[in-house]
Design a protein around this ligand. Structure first.
Ligand code: NAP
Ligand code: GLV
Length: 319
């Protein structure tokens, strides 16, 4: 019988269908990541690994997968998996594109609003009993309405954010490796080279995948091009933005604020230097975290595992 190792405890409704047909071995914790030795040990016997962004599926894990046919990743991003190693061993990798687009775009927009209007800081102030009177210039932030939004990585989620921006009467610039003439004419988005986008935008939202090309894409030089009043949002992956350079830029007032859902080494501790800055709004990688979306992502993974085991092509194959 085919066996599936699931690296995190998932809701029973997401796995019950697979249980009827295959042997399902599920890690008992919702929060703890199985250590690398466990991943290797499980990979030795499993035909499928059902992983997520917190699992590092490196060459050692993949090499151990004698019987491994598919790695289904509970995310659209798959930078946590050594794709080259999987390809070499003929192991398929699947992901969850599309179903999380709107939920993640909502979260990216939430970060824009929260960072611009300092809602996290203001709420902490209130909860700490510091609200003694209405203040004329207290918690005055930046306007979203009518501002210029620059999207780096105008893919599915980027377009979702840009569509939301229309309701805020924003002017939208985008940067990709390839232009999107259809989106430009349909929605009025304008293409810009990265440097021009950084110079002109009031909000810069990062939504590219993490690749060798995008790693460190936003560093000291790029942050230096941004307006002093600008806000950077990273809802893609830590590692695309150089965190040390971001810390310096925020501390020195070279940019105004940042909204971050992702970090270079996750999870970050409460002593992370970015958390010492009042102008950082930080979230624990919750971009796709709505009940409906997470269940839809799980369904895509489950369907793709079943497809592979039945000799059919999975819908969402990365390699
Ligand atoms: P997508 O549709 O593939 O969009 C990615 C966009 O990035 C594409 O338009 C691509 O255009 C652009 N891009 C790729 N490499 C680039 C480069 N070197 N320079 C400039 N642009 C580049 O993917 P998506 O579904 O929107 O997801 C985007 C990313 O968001 C995922 O890879 C994932 O890491 C992240 N994500 C995070 C969360 C979260 O919880 N925070 C949730 C979902 C997704 P070109 O190929 O034309 O350059
Ligand atoms: C989440 O980070 C994803 O890539 O889906």
């Amino acid at each position: 019988m085919k066996t599936i190792f699931i690296t995190r405890k998932l809701p029973e409704e997401a796995v019950s269908g697979l249980r009827e047909m295959f042997e399902v071995d599920m890690w008992p914790s919702e929060d703890e990541v199985p250590p690398k030795e466990v991943l290797i040990e499980k990979a030795q016997t499993a035909h499928a690994l059902w992983t997520n962004v917190a699992d590092t599926v490196d060459r050692d894990v993949i090499k151990a997968g004698e019987n491994l046919e598919v790695i289904a990743n509970l995310a659209v991003g798959y930078n946590n998996i050594d794709i080259e190693a999987a390809k070499q061993r003929g192991i398929m990798v699947t992901n969850t594109p599309g179903v999380l687009t709107e939920t993640t775009a909502d979260l990216a927009f939430t970060l824009m609003l929260a960072a611009a209007r300092q809602t996290g800081q203001a709420e902490r102030f209130l909860r700490e009993g510091k609200w003694t009177s209405w203040s004329p210039m207290g918690f005055t932030g930046m306007d979203i309405f009518g501002a210029t939004l620059g999207i780096v990585g105008m893919g599915r989620i980027g377009e979702g954010v840009a569509r939301r921006a229309a309701g805020f009467d924003m002017d939208v610039l985008y940067h990709n490796r390839t232009r999107k003439p259809e989106a430009e004419s349909m929605f009025g988005f304008r293409y810009a080279e990265l440097d021009d986008l950084l110079e002109q935008s009031d909000f810069v939202v990062i939504l590219t995948p993490l690749t060798e090309e995008t790693r460190g894409m936003i560093g000291e030089r790029e942050l230096g091009l941004m307006k002093k009043t600008a806000i950077l949002v990273n809802a893609a992956r830590g590692g695309i933005v150089d965190e040390e350079a971001l810390y310096e830029a925020l501390k020195n007032g070279d940019i105004w604020a940042a909204g971050l859902d992702v970090f270079e080494g996750e999870p970050i501790g409460s002593d992370h230097q970015l958390l010492t800055l009042p102008n950082v709004t930080a979230l624990p990688h919750i971009g796709s975290a709505s009940v409906k979306t997470r269940l839809a992502m799980m369904q895509l993974n489950a369907e793709d595992i079943e497809a592979v085991f039945s000799g059919r092509a999975p819908e969402n194959r990365v390699v």
